[in-house]
Design a protein around this ligand. Structure first.
Ligand code: NAP
Length: 289
């Protein structure tokens, strides 16, 4: 148990719902392990209450906070500055309070890219296929492009509420970075076959297959899984989605979204404290079965 003092610095998660989150366990244990006088709390905050919550926490001198659903987009208009990735993504999951200036970052993509490295792969300079156009897909696409992935194929439903936003992201990547990005319709099976055929890694960044709908998979044609294709999922509940099971059974190396969750938190921890989260310890405590 952390002991709270008059010097204790506050960090928090603002979202709704938040009670189930693993973030307080991971951050408070990391603070305790490093002897840092910080605490991390969860506050149930909706888009309606976000402006007053942010203003109040800023007045109280909060060191920083994370945002989760539904607040990652709305918070952008409440901040003083955005990191390059947060600007490209248009969403923020981590805020740092630098002497009253609120600076927004997005560590979801950094978390995913670190989880790729952690699994033992190098995708820099290679081609990647990403299924999805929501928050997770956008953060990962932008970070992958910033980090030097050579080509990105992004697949979304033509009817997606995120289609135009993703079109703008793709145009932005092509205009400002060396990465080549292409947006395709999920229903274009030929494009999907060709994209996966030239990709080193295939990622499910949709919510398809997440509990309780564990019988669904974003891809049903198992002939697309070749043995040297790395296949991963942002979902961590269940630990193995139907998509990952099908890929594993086809002989592909696979990994899930657990360590993306860990490393997005580790990056927020570093931004707030200036210290590295003791990730091996946190993995053993909360992530590894
Ligand atoms: P989101 O912004 O709501 O986006 C959901 C995406 O899934 C959209 O592109 C949506 O497409 C697509 N989708 C949903 N049902 C579909 C279907 N039946 N067929 C095709 N596409 C479908 O959600 P998010 O924040 O990106 O989260 C997505 C998943 O990532 C969730 O499972 C979440 O738990 C996980 N996640 C994991 C981490 C981590 O740290 N591991 C971090 C963030 C999120 P439409 O727009 O067409 O509906």
């Amino acid at each position: 148990m952390n002991s709270i003092t008059g010097h204790t610095r506050l960090t928090a998660l603002l979202g709704s719902p938040v009670a189930h989150s693993i973030s307080p366990l991971m951050h408070n244990e990391a603070f305790r392990q490093l002897g840092l006088d910080y605490v991390y709390l969860c506050f149930d905050v909706t888009e309606d209450t976000l402006p007053s919550a942010v203003s109040g926490l800023k007045s109280c001198g909060i060191r920083g906070f994370n945002l989760t659903m539904p607040n990652k987009n709305k918070v952008v208009e409440l901040l003083d500055e955005l990191s390059p990735a947060a600007k490209l993504i248009g969403a923020v999951n981590t805020v740092v309070n630098e002497d009253g200036r609120l600076i927004g970052y997005n560590t979801d993509g950094i978390g995913y890219m670190q989880s790729v490295k952690d699994a033992g792969y190098d995708i820099i300079g290679k081609t990647v296929t990403i299924m999805g156009a929501g928050g997770a897909a956008t953060a990962i696409s932008a970070q992958a492009a910033l980090d030097g992935v050579n080509k990105l194929h992004i697949f979304a439903r033509r009817t997606s509420r995120f289609w135009e936003r993703t079109r703008a992201l793709v145009d932005n990547i092509n205009a400002t970075l060396s990465c080549r990005a292409e947006l395709h319709d999920n229903d274009d099976k030929e494009a999907l076959k060709n994209a996966i055929g030239e990709s080193a890694l295939l990622l499910n960044a949709t919510s398809v297959g997440m509990a309780p709908n564990t019988d669904a998979s974003i891809i049903d044609d198992t002939s697309l899984f070749r043995k040297d294709l790395i296949v991963s999922d942002v979902i961590y509940n269940p630990r193995e989605t139907k998509f990952l099971r099908m890929a594993r059974e086809a002989g592909c190396p696979v990994f899930n979204g657990m360590y993306m969750l860990l490393y997005q938190g580790a990056e927020a921890f570093r931004l707030w404290t200036g210290q590295e989260m003791p990730v091996e310890h946190i993995k053993k405590m909360f992530f590894d079965e």
